[in-house]
Write a protein that binds this ligand. Structure first.
Ligand code: BG6
Length: 500
């Protein structure tokens, strides 16, 4: 049998895309609550107001102008507000996950449910109680929670008052939040992820950053980022990595049995040709992602980090003790998302978005309707690449295909395309375990129940094995239905990956 007996089969979600109840139970406002819907062609937007009352918008990955405050604007649709309403449906949903046979559910805690303003002295008891109820429900069904502390989540107040993660005070606020949830759930949660996809974060949405740079452009995270903003981002991410390491330290003090994961978007990269510039270009592009796991596992910035900083004309500012912290408290396992591979072509632009790094198309691969190449073999490659580099247990905490689903007149949903996608990836993991001897802890396909797309804000970009009746503008009954993939995955889990 390829998969170990205790392999953690399950699914993955995030609060800002799934939970809803955005203003219930004392929850404060997060930047994710200020992002409008969008489409493949119409990017999501955030409205802001300047101190003189003028208003404007930024794209999802951009910094907000200095002094501006993100606002909710009437007449626009904000998908996070209801999302697919886990807040009111958690019992029903967890029962469905149990019916599939989940051993684990990846979910994130919403920072503003616990600390509504981010800098509050005391946590919000109603928020803590909500996750107590959710975790107890999971445990009742023998489902292990895998908790992400920060998944594309930024309290608006921390962005407005402190400028987001560029300010080192955020390290303390994050730690207060992390320690609060570690302590509260110390006997109920074993697996934690400190930060989701640290290598794709940027701008106001995920880091609360502001800037007035509108000059030279570097492509990153859902759009164009001015070069100087790339520097601000790297500085903010340094603070976040220090915070993540300190969270590892605090976690081990609270419960030495906790397993702490660092999480990156690590969809793979191929060179477009064997031209040495494509090959080395692909290698350098990959390093822009691996730099973060190098820090979080090897405990210091790698030598090549300086060349990345030089590219952006950036000088890292560290404080005494930072180096020590990064070195002393590395993560235990590497959690990563894998959706697709991409091609590095020396003549094409390349970016980083949800799902990871992106470059030129690959003529050998089919794509999803959203243009993401489908490449199960690439997952085997990445599993080998990562284990060769770190020798740490690997956890695939996101994988899947976004697709439009059609509900048949009798209510069934035949999502064979999704089954094919997932089957290919399960078989690739199997090869990596069986043939390459890579230790893999588990597999949690993304959006195991339909949730809002982070990149486009659409509901129609569905990943789930459970359908939720809700459209791109929030119309629908929220009724849950089992798709064909639900039954397929049920068999995969009950046979521990033998019947695929
Ligand atoms: C990952 C994120 O980057 O990709 C998720 O961690 C996101 O939050 C997922 O939903 C899929 O991307 P999208 O844009 O299709 O929702």
């Amino acid at each position: 049998m390829a998969f170990p007996k205790d392999f953690l089969w399950g699914g993955a979600t995030a609060a800002n895309q799934y939970e809803g109840g955005y203003a219930e139970g004392g929850k404060g406002l997060a930047v994710a609550d200020l992002i409008t819907d969008g489409t493949k062609d119409q990017p999501r937007r955030i409205f802001y107001r300047m101190p003189d009352g003028t208003e404007g918008t930024i794209g999802q990955g951009e910094c907000i102008p200095v002094g501006a405050v993100g606002i909710l604007k009437e007449g626009y649709y904000y998908p996070s507000h209801v999302a697919t309403d886990f807040y009111h449906h958690y019992k029903e949903d967890i029962a469905l996950f149990a019916e599939i046979g989940f051993k684990v559910l990846r979910l994130s805690i919403s920072w503003t449910r616990i600390f509504p303003n981010g800098d509050d002295e005391e946590p919000n008891e109603a928020g803590l109680q909500f996750y107590d109820d959710v975790i107890d429900e999971l445990r009742k069904h023998n489902i292990e929670p895998l908790v992400t502390i920060l998944h594309f989540d930024m309290p608006v107040n921390l962005a407005t008052k402190y400028g987001g993660w560029i300010n080192r005070k955020l390290i303390d606020f994050y730690l207060r939040y992390a320690k609060t949830v570690f302590t509260r759930y110390k006997d109920k949660v074993k697996y934690w992820v400190t930060v989701n996809e640290i290598n794709v974060l940027g701008g106001y949405w995920t880091l609360g950053l502001s800037s007035n740079n509108r000059k030279e452009k570097e492509s990153s995270n859902q759009g164009e980022t001015p070069m100087a903003d790339a520097g601000i981002k790297l500085q903010a991410l340094h603070h976040l990595m220090v915070a993540s390491s300190l969270a590892n330290k605090a976690a081990r003090e609270i419960n030495p049995n906790f397993q702490m994961g660092a999480m990156l978007a690590l969809s793979g990269i191929y060179p477009a040709t064997c031209h040495p510039d494509d090959v080395f270009g692909a290698y350098e592009f990959r390093r822009k992602a691996l730099m973060f796991s190098d820090v979080l596992f090897r405990g210091s910035y790698p030598n090549y980090a300086q060349s990345i900083f030089d590219e952006y004309g950036f000088t890292l500012k560290t404080e005494r003790g930072d180096e020590e912290i990064l070195r002393q408290y590395p993560s235990d396992f590497l959690a990563f998302s894998y959706y697709r591979t991409t091609v590095y072509d020396r003549f094409s632009p390349h970016t980083t978005t949800t799902g990871g790094q992106q470059g030129a198309p690959n003529p050998y691969l089919k794509t999803t309707p959203w243009g993401w190449p489908i490449d199960p073999d690439g997952l085997r490659f990445v599993l080998n690449e990562l284990y060769d580099r770190y020798q740490k247990p690997l956890f695939i905490v996101e994988n899947g295909m976004g697709n439009q689903d059609v509900v048949n007149p009798d209510g069934t949903i035949d999502d064979d395309y999704r089954i094919d996608y997932l089957r290919g990836h399960v078989l690739a993991i199997k090869k990596a375990i069986e043939i390459d001897h890579v230790p893999v802890m588990g597999y949690t396909p993304w959006g195991c129940i339909d949730i809002v797309s982070a990149g486009t804000g659409e509901m129609s970009k569905r990943y789930g094995m459970i359908y939720v009746d809700m459209d791109d503008k929030g119309h629908g009954t929220l009724k849950r239905s089992r798709k064909k993939s639900f039954y397929w995955y049920q068999k995969v889990i009950s046979s521990n990956g033998e019947e695929v």
